[in-house]
Design a protein around this ligand. Structure first.
Ligand code: SAM
Length: 324
């Protein structure tokens, strides 16, 4: 088992398979950004599979592919097939902006992908355009339909409410999610890179107090993925809302995850710089024991908590680099 120096068990690895994206969300990749990782520095599928297998041997059972936009990585369903077949991998999921799902949803399902999160910040075309930098609503909607057709259930919709931009859209998003059987997750903007630092966050702790009577929401004890979201459910069971509150109520004491970026850097916290680069070991053809030892050493570096509120200017890495 992987236990950090604060007694937290690490049971979840998020892997960024590319830092590139076809969208430019206002809180994520800056317009005109060009400092993407060179393909020569990317971990190969063989290397990613080795890292996942090592984590699985160390007791980690849950893995998520993310980015950047993970579906821009060529042949991603092949990687899904390889990871989902590894012993010890019980939960494999993907976070995507949905634009490539019409092409890949069925192949991902066939390859063994279990769960899907799709990012969508509004149902208004002009708002999606303004927030994502592209007129992408139709593509995302087609992607969601393709995912449903492929058999994905209880899809989670990730929405980042930005005050004055799309907070007025939450009711429509709730109605949409009820109609489609999706779980809505609201995420407070994190001050990552100049994009995240340039926007206010929407306080979700205050919001839930205001909105819970309207939808008769009660705190839920059901587990929907074992992440940091606190879930609320409507009395009739038709709607589930997840809140991710890194700013208004941080959840670092129960943090159970680490992140691997496309260049093989293992980041121990979204909001701190502590990291260890596994790529030199992997490209030197290290033994499985050496790889496991390096992972254990890295886990010892995991800091107690992020400092998004105390030092919001601290993290210059954009979310797409770390793997959101
Ligand atoms: N491209 C994929 C997508 O759009 O879902 C996966 C990567 S994206 C970085 C993963 C999630 O991070 C998305 O739901 C996005 O909304 C969220 N995100 C990006 N930057 C963020 C920030 N500064 N604060 C909070 N959430 C952020």
């Amino acid at each position: 088992m992987l236990i950090d120096q604060y007694g937290r068990q690490i049971e979840y690895l998020r892997l960024s398979v590319t830092d590139k994206c076809d969208l430019r969300c206002a809180y994520c990749i800056p317009e005109g950004f060009t400092e993407f990782e060179k393909p020569t520095n990317w971990l190969s599928f063989d290397e990613i599979e080795r890292v996942v297998a090592a984590f699985a041997r160390l007791g980690v059972s849950r893995f998520r592919l993310t980015g950047g936009e993970p579906l821009l990585r060529k042949n991603l369903p092949d990687l899904v097939e390889r990871i989902s077949a590894l012993p010890g991998v019980t939960d494999l999921s993907l976070t995507t902006n949905g634009t490539q799902l019409p092409r890949y949803a069925q192949a991902l399902r066939t390859a063994g992908l279990g769960r899907l999160n799709v990012s969508l910040d509004s149902l208004r075309r002009e708002c999606v355009h303004a927030l994502s930098g592209k007129d992408s609503l139709d593509k995302v909607m087609s992607g969601l339909q393709a995912a449903c057709d492929a058999g994905f259930e209880r899809i989670k919709i990730n929405m980042v409410p930005v005050p004055g931009v799309n907070t007025g859209d939450i009711d429509d998003m709730i109605a949409f999610c009820i109609a489609k059987g999706f779980i809505l997750r609201l995420i407070e903007v994190m001050p990552m890179g100049i994009t995240g630092q340039s926007l206010d966050y929407f306080n979700l702790v205050d919001f839930i107090h205001d909105i819970s009577p309207k939808y008769q929401l009660q705190p839920s004890h059901a587990i929907y993925g074992g992440g940091p979201a606190q879930y609320w459910e409507s009395a009739d069971g038709r709607f589930t809302l997840g809140l991710i509150t890194p700013r208004s109520q941080h959840f670092c004491a129960t943090c159970n995850r680490v992140r691997l970026s496309v260049d093989g850097t293992l980041y121990l916290c979204l909001g701190q710089e502590h990291h260890l680069n596994l790529r030199p070991l992997l490209s030197d053809g290290c033994s499985d024991e050496a790889l496991e030892m390096a992972i254990r050493r890295a886990i010892d570096l995991k800091p107690e908590r992020h400092e998004f509120n105390d030092k919001p200017e601290q993290i210059v890495r954009i979310m797409a680099k770390t793997g959101g």
